[in-house]
Design a protein around this ligand. Structure first.
Ligand code: C2O
Ligand code: CU
Length: 470
């Protein structure tokens, strides 16, 4: 079976469609499989992948730009590589189309909910006002629509979009609803980083398939861990790469799973950016641990790798083989940078400290989410120190809407900050026994926002609260 080769290797940059193409949807509903029987070969702990494993071309979602877009969420079928699977999709694609916009654009996006249940889209990482944030209280019913209009005020970064209903976010994301949202700006553009087919979005997640190849989602309060990795919705993927420098835009789109990314040849990634765009300083790493919601901007240099070599992108945490790079004989010159720097003004002098305990599997400071309650008010444009602690059942990827933050300290547990936690962040991983401090200032919009655990099963259980910027 052939995957969607019509999208394969399409450039992120060169495609400038006027709007999202409406595709025809299959009306088949995603069925929550009742069978727990798992395809035995689906789990390959320890990896070792090459040889017996059949690999499929990595799917690259279509890139769309333009200031007037439509996103339709609907049931459909998706080719994982070797089988057609019932999914929920945005515009007939898993992951959804990659939206590309420029800082300063005004974008209008019409959301069309063709799912059999309420949903709404949240623009994770985007600085937008309450009306455009896609929060749980803004869900529209099956068949409903929602119109978003907002200026792009973020700096260049990889953000993303996903559903944000309360108590069903885990299921909806698991079913396939998520996409990348790339912002460009002049600072990043001037760098001449790899572009076109040399800039590749990589959305990592996990899934469990039953004997018929259909997704099974039966989470416990502690989370959900699938048996098979997917990259851009492709199972056992490979990507043919030239002897060139590549820019990989990594998004962790799993509901619970934390990944520890590494290359099988021991070569380092050059880390240039994260959630909030370019880091103050690039650095090299042979392994990077990332949690649900986090993003990485990585350069990988294949220029000196022998033709026909195969390099595996692995998850050291599970031992999984995630993505095989097959090096072609084509050599491509690169005149862009292999190191980057960006000046980021450090937040300082917090006037107030707030402490949040992520308790068990569904509470913050002892309380589950109350959609009608505002837990606290934050003065506009005031720098505060927020302290995230856990009370068991970690790891908790803590996410805040309405502002990015700067991580300043981690004590207990891993006891350090990592290079990919510098700069601007909107998700930070808090393991059990860890206390993480961030500085945050809401200087974009006044209004109501949410903070929550981005382990989606914890979020569905209520590990979320509302606060008001005023
Ligand atoms: Cu990625 Cu409130 O979410
Ligand atoms: Cu949590």
């Amino acid at each position: 079976m052939r995957p969607r080769t019509q999208h394969y290797n399409r450039s992120l940059l060169l495609l400038a469609l006027a709007g999202l193409t409406q595709l025809t949807y299959c009306t088949k509903e995603v069925q929550e499989a009742t069978s727990n029987e798992i395809i035995a070969s689906a789990a390959r702990p320890g990896g070792g992948g090459e040889g017996s494993v059949t690999r499929y071309p990595l799917f690259i979602p279509t890139a769309v730009s333009g200031t007037s877009l439509t996103l339709t969420a609907a049931p459909g079928t998706h080719n994982l590589g070797n089988a057609s699977t019932n999914v929920w999709e945005y515009n007939g694609s898993v992951p959804g189309p990659t939206i590309v916009a420029n800082k300063g654009d005004n974008v209008s996006i019409n959301y069309n909910n063709q799912l059999p249940e309420p949903s709404i889209i949240h623009w994770h990482g985007m600085l937008v006002d309450h009306q455009n944030d896609g929060q749980p209280m803004q869900v529209v019913p099956a068949g409903g629509t929602y119109s978003y209009t907002f200026p792009i005020i973020n700096r260049a970064a990889l953000n993303w979009y996903h559903p944000h209903p309360h108590m069903t976010i885990g299921k909806q994301v698991y079913n396939g609803l998520a996409g990348a949202f790339i912002i460009r700006d002049a600072e990043e553009g001037a760098l001449n980083l790899p572009s076109g087919k040399y800039e590749v979005p990589l959305v990592f997640r996990d899934i469990t398939l039953d004997k018929k190849g259909q997704p099974v989602y039966n989470p416990t309060g502690g989370g959900y861990f699938g048996k098979t990795p997917l990259v851009n919705g492709t199972r056992d993927p490979y990507l043919a790469v030239d002897k060139a420098v590549y820019r990989f835009r990594v998004l962790i789109g799993s509901t619970s799973r934390v990944f520890n990314l590494a290359l099988s040849n021991g070569a380092p990634f050059t880390l240039i950016g994260n959630d909030g765009g370019l880091l103050p300083q690039s650095s090299t790493h042979t392994a990077i641990e990332v949690c649900p919601g986090e993003r990485l901007d990585l350069l990988v240099d294949f220029r000196n790798v022998p033709t026909s070599s195969k390099i595996m992108l692995k998850d050291l945490a599970s031992g999984w083989d995630l993505l095989e790079f097959r090096v072609t004989e084509t050599s491509v010159a690169y005149s862009g940078p292999l190191t980057t720097a960006s000046s980021i003004t450090a937040l300082s002098n917090p006037v107030l400290t707030r402490t949040f305990s992520f308790d068990g599997m569904g509470k913050i400071n002892g309380l589950p989410y109350d959609m009608d309650a505002i837990s606290f008010e934050v003065p506009f444009d005031q720098t505060e120190k927020w302290v995230f602690k856990t009370n068991g059942n970690g790891p908790h990827p803590v996410h805040v809407h309405g502002a990015s933050f700067q991580v300043i300290n981690r004590t207990g547990g891993r006891g350090q900050l990592f290079a990919w936690e510098k700069g601007w962040k909107d998700v930070v991983l808090v393991n059990d026994a860890e206390t993480v401090e961030v500085l945050i200032r809401f200087d974009a919009y006044r209004g109501d926002y949410v903070m929550h655990c981005h382990k989606l099963e914890h979020e569905d259980n209520g590990m979320m609260l509302n606060f008001r910027v005023k």
